[in-house]
Ligand binder design. Structure first.
Ligand code: GLU
Length: 473
């Protein structure tokens, strides 16, 4: 399985690859077979994409393979109707309580409202709210509503999405259960439009084709409060984003929602096509695809991948209690530091000529996976212009285990490129991690580890940088 990122191979790409390799062997579960098009997909496909809050995309495996969005469309149509009608109107029609039942259960609450927008009853009602609210639907009205829907979904994904016509026609011709749901809702007076038109729109939305990269971008758009960071375009409001994250958390994973929140803790929505869309508020979007499903209808490898992402990268949402973006406080070279008096005149002259080849990154706050990811990527961008990187972490209060491993791992990845990393760590926040890495544990324990030199003061790090420069990096 190959990984690619938009830049050079990075530590983070390596972590994702490692997670993918661990999940790829599981061949349990079965592909959805309620329509022939889904039954015919290659069950071994597997892809994982992750999109950072600034739009940077990591990809492992089959990340350009298209599959149908299916139920992962539900949060997006819900976002559209919230934007169009406001939450009061929408709440009068669709609840926000988890149903604890299967997605296609004919399930309504005591007010005869579908319990939430993530089950079919709620999603068909949401689709109905995109159509004119009267019974006589003229020809072409569904086409028009669908064109707007595609526009909206495409803005979330940052590229034009297209429909899989075969899946759509199959869904339409076999959808007795959904028809039953729509007609029941109609008999309760929930639908203000022709139920067949609502169903038609719902079947079309389920049949849009996406890749894991699209899902990751949709996820990050939700995570970033409705702004797609790859296009810079606001697609929906912060309020709507908050609502989507809430219902994805409580109702997103079919009847497995409680277990999901406990063990993974990443707001998500799965689809029977094998995709799982995830969104970690303020931080990341995630897309995973693998067609074999478990008894709940969730992708087996998809669920496993999310469990690993949560545990190995510290991504459980309740792990995040603080601002994780503000991490780089200052970046400068060592020109302002006096050159060490221990060197000879010739050495001092040499050092004077290369002060700008040593770059200092001062970090602050609490360092999580996302923060460390941004810092390492920033260093990666600058690296050609320097030989030695000093990472100053005296202002880091808390460092997540994964972020510690990432900072330590940077020593190895940069050494491969002939660069050196020094750490200024007066409080010893990485020391424990250092011991563990030396003992051979950690995500990247299989590769050869070159640890950064750790110093207690900036002056000691500058002196070390000078001796490395004199030796030749
Ligand atoms: N088109 C499918 C249905 O409504 C979507 C189901 C799903 O992904 O959960 O039955």
């Amino acid at each position: 399985m190959t990984s690619s990122t938009e830049g050079r191979t990075s530590l983070v790409a390596g972590y994702l690859q490692h997670i993918a390799d661990q999940c790829a062997d599981d061949r349990s579960g079965a592909v959805a077979d309620y329509i022939p098009e889904l039954a015919a997909v290659d069950p071994d496909q597997y892809g994982l994409s992750l999109c950072a809050h600034d739009g940077y995309l990591y990809s492992v495996g089959d990340t350009t393979t298209e599959f149908t969005i299916q139920s992962m469309s539900k949060p997006l149509t819900y976002a559209m109707v919230l934007g169009r009608h406001g939450s009061d109107v929408v709440d009068a029609k669709i609840g926000v309580e988890p149903s604890g039942e299967a997605f296609n259960e004919i399930s309504v609450d005591s007010r005869r409202r579908p319990r939430n927008p993530m089950i079919n009853a709620g999603a068909i009602t949401a689709a109905s709210l995109l159509l004119p609210q009267h019974r006589e639907v003229e020809p072409g009205v569904v086409d028009e509503a669908f064109a707007e829907l595609v526009e909206f979904y495409s803005a979330c994904a940052g590229r034009r999405l297209t429909i899989d016509d075969e899946v759509y026609l199959s869904e339409k011709s076999t959808g007795s259960r959904n028809r039953a749901i729509a007609y029941m809702l109609d008999s309760f007076g929930v639908l203000g439009t022709d139920p067949d038109a609502a169903l038609d729109l719902y079947f079309r939305q389920c049949s849009l084709r996406v890749t894991t990269a699209d899902l990751a971008v949709v996820g990050v758009t939700i995570a970033c409060g409705g702004v797609n960071p790859r296009t810079g375009r606001r697609v929906f409001s912060r309020r709507t984003a908050q609502r989507l994250l809430s219902v994805m958390t409580t109702c997103g994973m079919y009847d497995g929602a409680g277990d999901w929140v406990t063990s993974v803790g990443i707001p998500a929505k799965s689809g029977v096509g094998g995709g799982i869309l995830g969104s970690l508020p303020g931080q990341l979007g995630i897309g995973v695809f693998s067609p074999r499903l478990d008894d709940h209808g969730n992708s087996v490898r998809g669920v496993d991948t999310y469990r690993h992402l949560s545990a190995d990268l510290g991504l459980h949402m309740f792990n995040i209690t603080r601002e994780s973006r503000v991490t780089i406080r200052a970046v400068y070279d060592i020109g302002e530091f006096e050159i060490g008096t221990e060197w000879t005149g010739a050495q001092r002259a040499r050092l004077r000529g290369c002060r700008d080849r040593v770059r200092v990154y001062e970090l602050q706050g609490d360092l999580t996976f996302s923060g460390a990811e941004s810092v390492l990527r920033r260093i990666d961008l600058d690296i050609d212009a320097c030989d030695i990187v000093i990472v100053e972490i005296s202002r880091i209060d808390v460092i997540d285990p994964v972020a510690r491993r990432m900072v330590l791992g940077a020593g190895s990845t940069l050494a491969e490129r002939g660069k050196r990393v020094l750490l200024v760590d007066p409080d010893g926040v990485v020391r424990e991690g250092l011991r563990r890495v030396e003992n051979g544990s950690g995500v990247d324990s299989s590769s050869k580890i070159i640890l950064p030199h750790v110093h207690s003061t900036m002056e000691a790090a500058v002196a070390d940088a000078e001796s490395i420069q004199l030796e030749g990096v």
